[in-house]
Design a protein around this ligand. Sequence first.
Ligand SMILES: Cc1cc2nc3c(=O)[nH]c(=O)nc-3n(C[C@H](O)[C@H](O)[C@H](O)COP(=O)(O)O)c2cc1C
Length: 495
Amino acid sequence: MPLSGVEVAKHDNKDSCWVIVHGKAYDVTEFLPEHPGGQKIILKYAGKDATEEFDPIHPPDTLDKYLDQSKHLGAVDMSTVAAVEKVEDPEEEERQQRIKDKPLLEQCYNLLDFEAVAKKTMKKGAWGYYSSAADDEVTLRENHEAFHRIWFRPKILVDVKNVDFSTTMLGAKVDIPFYVTATALGKLGNPEGEVLLTKAAKKHNVVQMIPTLASCSFDEIVDAAEGDQVQWLQLYVNSDRKITQRIIEHAEKRGCKALFITVDAPQLGRREKDMRSKFEDQGTNVQSGQTTDNSQGAARAISSFIDPSLSWKDIPWFQSVTKMPIILKGVQRAEDVLKAIEVGVQGVVLSNHGGRQLDFARSGVEVLAETMSVLRELGLENKIEIFIDGGIRRATDIIKALCLGAKGVGIGRPFLYAMSAYGLEGVDRAMSLLKDEMEMNMRLIGCTSVDQLNPSLIDTRNLGSHVTPVPRDSLGHTVYDPLVPPSFKPPKSKL
Ligand SMILES: Cc1cc2nc3c(=O)[nH]c(=O)nc-3n(C[C@H](O)[C@H](O)[C@H](O)COP(=O)(O)O)c2cc1C
């Protein structure tokens, strides 16, 4: 006999808290203090259907994994559950209208166009999580702008009739030197989540890095891959190493081809857009002097397990538990690349986490220039595979990175935005646009294959100056969503 909605609704407080997820009831009373996102958000749904809020943040196997079976109360007759009151929300109505009026997919000509559409069509909280970066977001903008300080020195009169920009990354043959980097919470942007990125990656023969904190379960993302499609695992290291070991072994068994350990996040950065939108989404009464929501945005809510004591001393342990190549993601200085070579890992990603961690961290491409000159001087340039990510929006950015010596680049937000605004077709188009740009720019620089890209083709004299001489009305500036101060009470006339 399924439970009735009336019965579930009785358990609507912290002394007895039941919630419904996908038609089943769960007793989460004892779990309340442990919830990484804080109690408040669960209590908002106490006695009610929490599916819509639950889905983007939790992989579907979460309740089976983390909530004791005795707390699984069974099916609920959903016809007896009171529909969640739809409060009139003029902002949401406007958003729905904008979704109807959005540009045709064919009107998006470059990656920043997807960001412009996503900004106007995504839910506020989702946009807050994807677009936010640390503190004043200086590194976020610098990531993109650093590429504007590298100029080309193209060769002319080269036969460029046939251009091939395929390459190999960590042994995987790919059509173009970028990969889909790990970005958490795919379902905030699209109800299907990360599996859409898997499908697009397959179509374009590029690698997908699976995030530890995906909205889909790890197995769903691996199951969505086809044939010999290559996937890598991004790992946040849990303070409980047994959990980490289980994740690594499972990934290796399921065929993941590399392990990217994130090393730039011993604590999550303060991402104020995310914090502010979460705060507002929860309808907290800012004016009443209540304490603020302690979950501090989606990012902090989901990451409390990450081990801040992770250090170089742990690397041999990772090497002892897996045969997958190990890559450190988030390296930010040449000295640490030398250490990475010394400890025998196979690669590094020069990255600042898309500007979401340490503000005023330098861009990956600047660190790349610094690193390659040190490695070349020491004759170590072939000892390790070097990747970068952050701010890559054009094929010219990819070419610049490869000229400097990167094996490939990771791209994060643009695919999230394309997926949020236009679903799979959007990601497909974003990748096609990059391929078109790549073909044209390889020709224009006078190269027919990626092994011809070298430092003589670029002028980096201004790279380290941190002054970008581009017009402030460049596309990147146009789509950038500035930080805003806290809002005042609306004037009485508007209440
Ligand atoms: C919404 C979002 C979520 C992210 N989640 C993760 C994550 O879970 N693990 C991780 O190592 N990096 C994460 N990153 C960082 C990306 O892997 C990558 O370093 C960054 O997005 C590259 O910059 P870009 O967005 O400008 O391309 C995330 C980035 C974004 C934008």
